[in-house]
Design a protein. Sequence first.
Length: 119
Amino acid sequence: QVQLVESGGGSVQSGGSLRLSCTASGIIFSMYEMNWYRQAPGKERELVAGISTGDSSPDYGDSVKGRFTISRDNTKNSVYLQMNNLKPDDTAVYYCNARSLPWRSVDYWGKGTLVSVSS
């Protein structure tokens, strides 16, 4: 059974930082692209950041470039999202996603963790 378990969400003031973690089980982690998505109330789910296997550079949504950093540790089956200089617009539920490679044909999702940023 595949499980993605997020942690690290919470409430923070504008300008603060949080670090999200996602630990996967039931998959060969090194064969999956790992992504963070978020969904704010009344909005569609959007890609925040993604990191593939190998040496390819991570991808970031335009709104988080320069503030968020995604990383992975294949020895721990984990992916992380360091979020700095948080803004109220970053308030959302953040979801961890595992996408199979090379065809991206299978998606697994965590249950999400809430990040709330106050002004």
